[in-house]
Design a protein around this ligand. Sequence first.
Ligand code: AMP
Length: 504
Amino acid sequence: MANVLYDSLFAAHRDNSKDFLRQPGQPSRSYSAFIKQAAQIANALSELGLQPGDRVAVQVNKSCEALALYAACIQSGCIFLPLNTAYTAREVSYFVTDAEPSLIVCDESYSDQLSDVAKKANAALLTLSSDGSGTLMELTTTQANTFPTVERNGEDVAAILYTSGTTGRSKGAMLTHTNLLSNSQTLLTYWQFSSADVLLHALPIYHTHGLFVACNIMLLAGGTMIFLPGFKTEEVLAELPNATTLMGVPTFYTRLLADPRLNRNLVDHMRLFISGSAPLLAETHEVFEQRTGQRILERYGMTETNMNTSNPYDGERKAGTVGFALPGVEIKIRDPQSGAEMNTGDIGVLEVRGPNVFSGYWRMPEKTAEELKEDGFFITGDLAKKDADGYIQIVGRDKDLIISGGFNIYPKELELLLDDQDNVLESAVVAAPHPDFGEGIVAFLVAENDKTIDIERIQEFMSDSLANFKRPKIYRVISELPRNTMGKVQKNALRDQVKEVFAT
Ligand code: AMP
């Protein structure tokens, strides 16, 4: 019997005694121990009465056991539904009402808050803490370490991941066995992963980056992961000598650069640094290369589509770009009104088609039809353009587009100029409601360490460089940009701060 994802990712490792997961200060977990533990969990799920297709909602801290729960869900045909650990009980309640899981697994410390949520939803509630303790693992101790793998074909849903939902309700993206497998196979080859690789894993595992990109590739490659609970500069610096590759969000790289111990000697042996999930500033790319001699490889993807584009492994990794469409993935940059493809250098909405693209939003056929077109192209909502060499640049989200006095303004164009100003570390440009223009532009600036930003000089520079309608009307200096755990700037939080600034 076949189970598309389980057979490729997990089955082959049953007798593999090699280290799969290393955690500093703790015993390593071999592939075989991991696979056996996953089978024990699968037996426990089955004993609880879970059936193939049932959802298992998981809000736990990162641990080997949490990853084994993912494997157990795949093996038993259940749908894995990881949730960001930052969500409150009220938010989890929405996901539970929407997804109707049969089981919720949470950290011991959240179980009181979630017990009502589980009761209302008629779901079982088990706990799993980051040290592997809790009621879930208690149920596994007497279970057999083999499990009859449930048949699943390529179109069956393996996981549901909720999108961050910054503009309205969060949507559950249904990812099939084929979506996940095809993407990790493509990336394995494209980025030349092999069993010799040791991946330094400091990402969360409730998100597509840390879970599917990182873990699925390493399972396919048969490599080893150094599994850190999260990103701490100290720990990452200490483990870099033991790794061959690092996958990170841009903030990993800026934090590493802020530490003088990051140097060429420390990372000379590294094969690959990858960045994604948020834009890596061209400057970070360049400074990282000057300091280490390594060129970060930037790629682009999203929850609904897995990975879509990547800079080349061999060949020019161009700073400020996300490279080319991955093999088997088609990308079109279109005019959102006419649907016509944009010319080189012109900005449009990026659409993507391929085996990586999800099958739809859970119980939202209308939303699915709006964004996933009949011809198979998914409208990502990302604004992008291609340069003369075909490299794709992401210039923002279409919802971030500012329309002031009827003119379109791309925040990225302004942010690139602002980032280059003296003493400016970074910037974010948003719109606030304006009585005359519809929207007025507000620029948030963060200063470099202890330095002062000369707003007047910046205003002069912007006046010389940009048409009047594109110039920020208000500048605000703040200590840091609000970011989520994946390093994405939370523009909604900034918009909230200034929603009344132009009120008359
Ligand atoms: P998520 O679904 O949380 O993975 O977020 C996906 C979104 O993150 C994309 O639609 C992009 O807006 C953004 N994103 C991911 N990778 C990159 C990148 N390399 N550069 C710029 N934006 C990115």
